[in-house]
Design a protein around this ligand. Structure first.
Ligand code: GLA
Length: 398
């Protein structure tokens, strides 16, 4: 009898245990992307030009200039305040703007930007402090996301300073969940400098992820700055397959117009970022830009390559020392092609149809995307003289 009672008890426990474990782990639906940024985000960010030296006047002037310069017409939308907008948290833990620099408050600034038909972005950090030592979002993720939504934020850049032993994926996942719970559509820009290989897990967590440390306004590494434009470019090789509509590799913001590269070098920078399907986030002083800078940033032929609906990141398809060919497949079977000359002398560079994945007999129309002229049709290959540190960029179509 005693044995029977024990067996009954064991059966009962097993039954309860199996029921409980079934309860504890219902099958999880796969995480879905947030459906935003189906083409690479375009906009402006305060950091590359202004660093911490920002205030509401600087941000409003950038929004004004984005409209008056033709940048908005060319497709730029997001006006993003980077680090240093923050004050302290109040007694409830709510994050406050720096009252001296932003006396009208963040909501008023967002309203100003929205009234121009633009979108508004802001910056925080997955750790306790931002890279410039302002309050980060660690432990306040849901509270901050709710606050951003109430202010009218459309884009969050989320940095990786002061994170110590935090896990990358779960830290970004927490803020991703918090943004969704806020009920507002907010593009999520992951900025861990590639530390946690976000291309491996970021697809359903964010919309873009930095692949490297910070860019600096220079052709190549120099004076203790490691990531000149060409160094960043080289670090993109191999990541092409991870990008697609809604989730982009981010080789960092543009330096076009900041003064330490030449006109040819800035044209190369812009052309190559477009072929990479990179987010096009201008980082110069929009209110005081030269006609040359504007002609680069508003080149609609090149922006169309970046924004092509197929959403495939281009790759380096040929390399011979300092001479390279980069190509990006386009919707409808065309290709955008950048002939890139890293050397100190002008050089003739050619691309074969084979390198583009075309049969040699295929005839294609050719358009020069810097002169905006249609060139004679080409079959089998295309060649052009390319200036030192410069590019020739074309598209070939049916
Ligand atoms: C990091 C980021 C930069 C910028 C600064 C701000 O370095 O990578 O893009 O946001 O922080 O402090």
């Amino acid at each position: 009898m005693k044995r029977f009672a024990l067996a009954l008890l064991a059966f009962g426990l097993c039954f309860v245990a199996s029921f409980a474990s079934a309860e504890a782990a219902p099958p999880q639906p796969p995480r879905q992307a947030n459906g935003l940024a189906l083409t690479p985000p375009m906009g402006w960010n305060s950091w590359n030009k202004f660093g911490c030296d920002i205030n509401e006047g600087v941000i409003r002037a950038a929004a004004d200039a984005m409209v008056s310069s033709g940048m908005k017409d060319a497709g730029y939308r997001y006006v993003v305040i980077d680090d240093c907008w923050h004050g302290e948290r109040d007694a409830n833990g709510d994050i406050q703007a720096d009252a001296k620099r932003f006396p009208s408050g963040i909501k008023a600034l967002a309203d100003y930007i929205h009234a121009k038909g633009l979108k508004f972005g802001i910056y925080s950090d997955a750790g306790k402090k931002t890279c410039a030592g302002r309050p980060g979002s660690r432990g306040f993720e849901y509270q901050d996301a709710r606050q951003y939504a109430a202010w009218g934020v459309d884009y969050l850049k989320y940095d990786w300073c002061s994170t110590y032993t935090q896990d990358g994926k779960s830290s970004y996942e927490t803020m991703s969940d918090a943004l969704r719970a806020s009920g507002r559509d907010i593009v999520f820009s992951l900025c861990d400098w590639g530390r946690n290989k976000p291309w491996l897990w970021g697809e359903t967590i964010g919309n873009l992820w930095r692949t490297t440390g910070d860019i600096y306004d220079g052709w190549e590494s120099r004076d203790g700055h490691y990531n000149g434009m060409t160094n960043i470019l080289d670090m993109q090789v191999g990541l092409e397959g991870y990008a697609g509509p809604g989730h982009w590799n981010d080789p960092d913001m543009l330096e076009v117009g900041n003064g330490d590269m030449t006109f040819e070098e800035y044209k190369s920078h812009f052309s190559l970022w477009a072929v990479l399907a990179a987010p096009l986030i201008a980082g110069n002083d929009l209110a005081n830009m030269s006609a040359e800078t504007k002609s680069i940033l508003t080149n609609k032929d090149i922006i169309a390559v970046d924004q092509d609906a197929l959403g495939v990141q281009g790759r380096r398809v040929a390399r011979d020392g300092d001479y390279e060919v980069w190509a990006k497949p386009l919707k409808g079977g065309g290709r955008a092609i950048v002939l890139f000359n890293r050397s100190k002398e002008a050089h003739r560079i050619s691309v074969s149809w084979e390198a583009l994945g075309y049969p040699a007999t295929l005839e294609r129309s050719v358009r020069d995307l810097w002169t905006h002229k249609n060139l004679p049709k080409a079959k089998g290959s295309f060649a052009a003289d390319v200036p030192s540190h410069g590019v020739v960029m074309i598209r070939v179509d049916a």
